[in-house]
Write a protein that binds this ligand. Structure first.
Ligand code: SIN
Length: 505
């Protein structure tokens, strides 16, 4: 049994931002079930969006985010995110983080889907996440404790307060750790779908733990499918960043027909949900990169991925398919990361503060981790020290053991029934299949880490499926072929009018 000021679960950008900010004043411990670079943040290619160009303004960034979000955004939290974004990026660069520069020595700003202006900062070409995480890991080195290969399996809850976590280590020992504040920064759940851009460790653990502890979740039907994952006809091989389309690439089908022609005014740089659906309706889809200058040096990670997988870049046609990329819903949190459970915070992809609406615009996710990570840390710093007595806490006892499905079965069924396009029949069938497993009452302490992940995948899949059944409309990333219309205001003009009424300036 151990006690720390702050326990953080996860090692992506949100986790490391909180940790860095708290490191001087608090005793911080990070638990990660794999190694510290196994995260979606580390793999992020595109970059970080911010209105840093003299011709840009945070209000323009906010407009574009609001439009992409399909009138489902929390405007106050969104304004907080966008207005504070540039300040935090300047602060990171003052500390030594280097974004890519153009030949004039200015930030080399890229463009991605939904953004009307070039405002994406990137590093290492298409290795922004790697640069950012490597930088943050250096910043926290020897200042906090990072425990790798130890999986948090549950939250410890008493009297409506989170007291800490229970972990399982590689030796199979189950250990309780207590803390004044516990922070879920576990990322999303891309691994519950067969095609995904996510790291293989991203199995929805945070959502499942929160659900088991009775913590409020929201908007779980909104799963973003990225339009362009490299595809070999059988499996998705990894992300081809939207930034490639920002540099001139365009989508074609097997006949060379331009897929986005006549679909949206922004064509290949339309918001992601629109592009993903257009591709979903095609038999085969390709990204034509013939217009992209210096493809191999501007996008070294993607170029290497193509070469490693035997995709001939010389043809200028990269075969692609949509795949699960980002969970927009999640654990309901305010802008300070506070969840519905005292002592428990959620930040980054695992949290839902409403900033992404029903469809996240490109390159706002690292930004979210940075801005809300700082705000969560400040909230914790401003609290009086919370202590908690060790021992004898009530942890809900679960006794059931049962046969579980394989990860592959869950992934295949979710992709087919709860993927880019959904309908009542498929969702009902999926729900019934999931409910044959009593995943809420399984005794996790007796299971291997792999099996605990399966339980978490089943739980998260059920949360998404039941939420998708309840939303009887199409909005952003949630498309129902049986309810193709959205309710409410939809046009760009209408959404902007709404923004004018409510903006807080
Ligand atoms: C991309 O590079 O296309 C993904 C960036 C993001 O998820 O915002």
């Amino acid at each position: 049994m151990a006690f720390d000021d702050v326990i953080i679960i996860g090692s992506g950008i949100a986790a490391l931002t909180v940790a860095e900010r708290l490191a001087m004043d608090k005793n911080v411990i990070i638990f990660t079930k794999s190694n510290k670079t196994a995260s979606n943040s580390f793999q992020a290619q595109g970059g970080v969006a911010a209105a840093v160009h003299p011709d840009d303004h945070w209000e323009d960034h906010l407009h574009d985010t609001l439009i992409a979000g399909c009138q489902h955004s929390d405007l106050e939290n969104l304004q907080m995110l966008i207005q504070n974004g540039s300040r935090h990026l300047y602060e990171l660069t003052r500390k030594g983080l280097e974004f890519d520069l153009n030949s004039d020595g200015d930030w080399n700003l890229g463009r991605e889907g939904g953004h009307l202006k070039r405002r994406i900062l990137h590093a290492g070409g298409d290795a922004t996440g790697k640069a950012l995480i490597t930088f943050m890991l250096k910043r926290v080195k020897n200042k906090i404790t990072i425990v790798e290969d130890e999986m948090v399996i549950d939250l410890i809850v008493q009297d409506q307060q989170c007291m800490g976590v229970t972990t399982k280590n590689t030796a199979g020992e189950v250990i309780d750790h207590y803390a004044g504040s516990t922070i879920l920064a576990t990322g999303g759940c891309g691994e519950i779908f067969s095609y995904t851009s996510n790291d293989s460790t991203v199995t929805g653990d945070g959502y499942a733990m929160a659900y088991r502890a009775g913590v409020q979740l929201t908007d779980m039907e909104f799963v973003q499918f990225h339009p362009t994952l490299l595809f070999d006809g059988k499996q998705a091989l990894g992300l081809v960043s939207e930034a490639v389309r920002g540099e001139g690439a365009f989508l074609v089908n097997q006949d060379g027909h331009l897929i986005m022609d006549g679909v949206h005014e922004l064509k290949d740089l339309a918001p992601r949900d629109i592009v993903a659906r257009a591709i979903f309706n095609e038999r085969n889809a390709y990204l034509n990169i013939s217009n992209v200058k210096n493809f191999s040096s501007r996008f070294p990670t993607i170029h290497k991925m193509c070469v490693d997988n035997g995709i001939d870049v010389g043809t200028n046609l990269l075969p692609i398919t949509p795949g699960a990329h980002f969970m927009i819903g999640g654990i309901k949190a305010d802008r300070l990361g506070q969840t519905s459970l005292g002592g428990l915070y959620a930040v980054g992809e695992t949290a839902c503060t409403g900033v992404h609406g029903a469809n996240r615009i490109a390159s706002n996710s690292l930004l979210e981790g940075i801005v809300f990570g700082n705000m969560t840390a400040e909230a914790i710093l401003s609290q009086k020290n919370r202590t908690t007595k060790q021992g004898s806490y009530y942890v809900k006892k679960r006794s059931i053991t049962m046969d579980l499905p394989t990860k592959e079965t869950i992934k295949r069924k979710m992709m087919r029934n709860v993927g880019v396009v959904r309908n009542e029949h498929g969702l009902e069938g999926m729900k019934a299949w999931l409910e044959q497993y009593d995943f809420s009452h399984i005794d996790l302490s007796r299971l291997s880490v792999e099996k605990i992940e399966v339980v978490n995948m089943l739980t998260t899949a059920w949360l998404i499926t039941t939420s998708a059944l309840m939303r009887k409309e199409s909005r952003g990333t949630h498309f129902r072929s049986d309810y193709p219309e959205s309710s409410g205001l939809e046009t760009r003009e209408e959404i902007l009018r709404l923004k004018e009424i409510k903006l807080l300036v």
